[in-house]
Ligand binder design. Structure first.
Ligand SMILES: C[S@@+](CC[C@H](N)C(=O)[O-])C[C@H]1O[C@@H](n2cnc3c(N)ncnc32)[C@H](O)[C@@H]1O
Length: 258
């Protein structure tokens, strides 16, 4: 799912790394904190061709995937991995000019402690970029006619139900970053994905299937039934609709260590 997201909604990576390069033009060392399957690691390696990029994650599987993607992209010589569980502590040897934490800070047990640890581990004048999805990806057109198999407003209601069960929940990070010592600026990156209908349907199916199992028994029965229609193989199924539009919104916080 992370790879599909980067493939379809990845233009935010272009925009957010371009902003990063305005603020930190020539970092020699970069750490991608909670790198996942490496979409950010690769975007950073491309944006900063002289930098060494370390992908940090607690998941060896994710790190292996990042290395494989770095090989395929021809940047493996500048990409290293570091397996570490930040819920225990920031790894003592890890310092950098630039840190990038995309959709990872909110997964940590004590993000404020980790922010303070990152502040200490950044080189003087260094930059931490924090990125979060400020809305979950959506796929249906913004206005759907009433009376069809899918009731208008379905995704907004489902996202609200997921937020109630803690999905992608994070605080506005500015105050926490400032308490850690950073000077903070923030920008929004609304993105409409460019995808073939097949790719859009694949991402939608992967995401909506996860959503359906997370919401089983908690969302309104009519909404769960609509999800089943989308995930089924009838005329309103994802693969047979011609109206899917992948949208996602991200916020980035640029946090400077004075
Ligand atoms: C939602 S993924 C985001 C991946 C990637 N940064 C992106 O934007 O696509 C969050 C990542 O943070 C990692 N993570 C979560 N908790 C962690 C921890 N305590 N220490 C290190 N990594 C952690 C997960 O293994 C996962 O790869």
């Amino acid at each position: 799912m992370l790879d599909l997201d980067a493939l379809i909604l990845g233009s935010y990576l272009e925009e957010a790394t371009a902003w990063t390069a305005e603020l930190a033009p020539a970092p020699a060392s970069i750490i991608d904190v909670g790198a996942g399957s490496g979409a950010g690691t690769l975007a950073l390696a491309r944006r900063f061709p002289a930098a060494k990029v370390t992908a940090l994650d607690r998941s060896p599987g994710m790190l292996a995937q990042t290395l494989a993607s770095a090989e395929a992209a021809g940047v493996a010589a500048r990409v290293a991995t570091l397996e570490a569980d930040l819920n225990e502590a920031w790894p003592a040897s890890a310092s950098a000019d630039l840190m990038w934490a995309s959709s990872s800070l909110h997964e940590l047990a004590d993000p404020e402690r980790t922010m303070a640890e990152m502040f200490a581990a950044l080189n003087p004048g260094g930059l931490l970029m924090v990125v979060e999805m400020d809305s979950l990806p959506s796929f249906l057109p913004e206005s759907l006619p009433g009376g069809g198999a899918i009731e208008p407003g379905l995704e907004a209601r489902l996202h609200k139900a997921l937020a109630g069960s803690g999905w992608n929940q994070y605080p506005e990070w500015t105050a926490g970053l400032e308490r850690a010592g950073f000077a903070v600026e923030r920008r929004h990156f609304p993105t409409e994905g460019s995808a073939t209908p097949e790719l859009a349907a694949r991402y939608a199916r992967t995401f909506l299937r996860r959503m359906a199992s997370a919401l089983a028994g908690t969302a309104a029965p009519a909404d769960l039934a609509s999800l089943e229609v989308l995930l089924g193989d009838g005329p309103d199924s994802l693969e047979r609709r011609a109206d899917l539009v992948v949208r996602g919104h991200r916020t980035a916080w640029a946090a400077r260590k004075p």
